[in-house]
Design a protein around this ligand. Sequence first.
Ligand code: ADP
Ligand code: MG
Length: 320
Amino acid sequence: MGEFELIRRYFAAAPCAQAAEGVALGIGDDCALLQLPPGQQLALSTDTLVDGVHFPYSCDPFLLGQRALAVSVSDLAAMGAEPLAFTLALTLPTAEPAWLEGFARGLSQMAGQCRIALVGGDTTRGPLSLTLTVFGRLPSGQALTRSGARAGDLLCVGGSLGDGAGALPLVLGAQQGQGESADYLLQRYWAPQPQLALGQWLRGRATAALDISDGLLADCGHIAAASGVELQIERDCVPLSPALRDLAGERALDCALAGGDDYRLAFTLPGELLPALRAQWPEAVVIGRVVAGQGVQLLDGAGRRLQPPRVGYQHFAQQT
Ligand code: ADP
Ligand code: MG
């Protein structure tokens, strides 16, 4: 099977590559063409996943396809954008039909859920890695950036944290787990649901937002730095799922604070919008507040400052 046959069979023919709104021209030419309605901006983001770094060697290709796209689309959610299209640059050691079929199915499954179309890419031979670029649209000037948090705002998250990090020992085979809790955590790891509807609802409401990929403390640090404020997090308000408590035990809070792979939104919101948030998004949780200062501070139930655990993962951080 040559490169063009591979592209045609597994990608151009995939359900996720069929005609879609906003896509004037898809796979097959030198460029894809996207159509933006007047008054809208294009939001785009790119992410690379490397075998053995971002996902375990020889993981299930269907799950990998699902997860790779979900992780990328989560960035669109974090900006308040509506998904439009994505490209896939795929480097593969060998063209194995069963792998490609599973991968394309996983990709199409998540693409259907997120209503996003595959419009192009590149296919090369080499160690397995994936680069996905996602494109979304949003009304001009309404993107949710990291830089608008103001002292007095509430700090909120879109739901339970730490599930992805809690799943990691199961994913890597270091912990055996069966039953409901294990199933739930594995589902959260392999098929995180980008919080697209929440992100779009937050446009014109939240003052800052991002998606939590590197751990709550590390990512809140980005909002604090970009906005020039301090974020205070109340330890006892951090939402933990029953499944995480069940399987991670004492490590549950650390998973939520410092583990990555949550793909929930964190956002700052003026206090007067709390009733509207509660009414519309019951799963969202207030975990703290924005104050004058800098950095991220973890507080115990009595308001005392706590020493935080190690912060999120950074490539090259340990290199000498
Ligand atoms: P070019 O040489 O003009 O860059 P390619 O031969 O790389 O074109 O790709 C041919 C067409 O197939 C292009 O439209 C490209 O976007 C698309 N394509 C290549 N690889 C992939 C892939 N993995 N997924 C989706 N589309 C792809
Ligand atoms: Mg090319």
